[in-house]
Design a protein around this ligand. Structure first.
Ligand code: AMP
Length: 115
């Protein structure tokens, strides 16, 4: 896959408001937040989108993404009232950055259906 702006954030070449980091995962505040809490959780490995995931090989990444989401939700005090996790995939999914990322949105009541 070709590199995106998220690779530069992972390498700390451009700034981001990082809220969580471990060996596999980086999470930072969305630059254009859609809720009081809006964090992007990304694997450090360059995987472009959901359809690039290979179940067995990438299982650990999926576990790490959800584990980070739980930890961040707890740290940002949205775990009790609830939050939303969103992964946009491809054109119709509204994906703009081609590096797999999970949006964690919280701090307000979400509506359904999404736009
Ligand atoms: P998506 O539409 O699912 O691909 O989401 C991409 C998200 O990345 C959008 O919500 C953007 O606001 C966010 N974004 C783009 N560039 C940056 C950046 N440099 N720092 C933080 N968030 C960003």
């Amino acid at each position: 896959m070709s590199e995106t702006i998220f690779s530069k954030i992972i390498r700390k070449e451009i700034p981001a408001d990082i809220v969580f980091e471990n060996e596999f995962i980086l999470a930072f505040k969305d630059i254009n937040p859609k809720a009081p809490v809006h964090v992007l959780i990304i694997p450090k490995e360059e995987i472009s989108t959901v359809t690039e995931l290979n179940g067995k090989e990438d299982a650990e990444i999926l576990v790490q993404l959800f584990a980070a989401a739980n930890e961040i939700a707890n740290a940002m005090n949205v775990d009790k009232d609830g939050f939303r996790l969103v992964i946009n995939c491809g054109k119709n999914g509204g994906q703009e950055v081609n590096h797999l990322h999970m949006h964690l949105l919280g701090g307000r009541q979400m509506t359904w259906p999404p736009g």
